[in-house]
Design a protein around this ligand. Structure first.
Ligand SMILES: [Zn+2]
Ligand SMILES: [Zn+2]
Length: 154
């Protein structure tokens, strides 16, 4: 049951991340996220604050359930697990913020990387696509949607 709570949270976090990215980061949180759609000048960017908030929430949940290893302990670790995957994939594989000798040339990971690069093809708050981090639709579908968005912009 507890393993389920952990894994369920990890999977559900992709949905939470999608909604956050689509409606908060590309919404009222744009002033933080904007930095991630522009060239980085230093080691950090304002957008990292989102990861910090996520870490604070997950650590609080873990601390809260620590006495009897209650549900929040497992949920907190599920969130942390997602954060770890995000760190490997997003900051490592896609943006290469830390040295990683892994360059997927094919398969799902390659698709995921290209999908996120398409997200970065748009530098504004509006009109972006592909907001997920660990799940992406097939590339032909994304390319079609990208064209539609470009056409709509005129
Ligand atoms: Zn974005
Ligand atoms: Zn990114």
């Amino acid at each position: 049951m507890n393993a389920l709570l952990f894994l369920g949270t990890l999977v559900a976090m992709e949905g939470v991340a999608w909604v956050t990215h689509r409606y908060i980061m590309h919404g009222w949180g744009w002033s933080w996220h904007k930095s991630h759609h522009q060239p980085r000048t230093g080691l950090f960017e304002k957008n990292d604050l989102f990861a910090l908030v996520g870490t604070a929430i997950s650590m609080s949940l873990i601390a809260f359930g620590a006495d009897e290893l209650g549900p929040t302990w497992w949920i907190g670790w599920g969130m942390a697990g997602y954060g770890f995957c995000y760190f490997i994939f997003h900051d490592g594989l896609v943006h290469r913020r830390w040295p990683l000798r892994w360059h997927p040339q094919s398969g799902y990971l390659k698709r995921l990387i290209q999908a996120h690069k398409m997200h970065h093809a748009v530098h504004e708050k509006d009109g972006a696509l592909s907001f997920g981090f660990l799940y992406a639709r097939p590339l032909p579908e994304l390319k079609r949607q990208f064209q539609e968005l470009q056409n709509r912009k005129g």
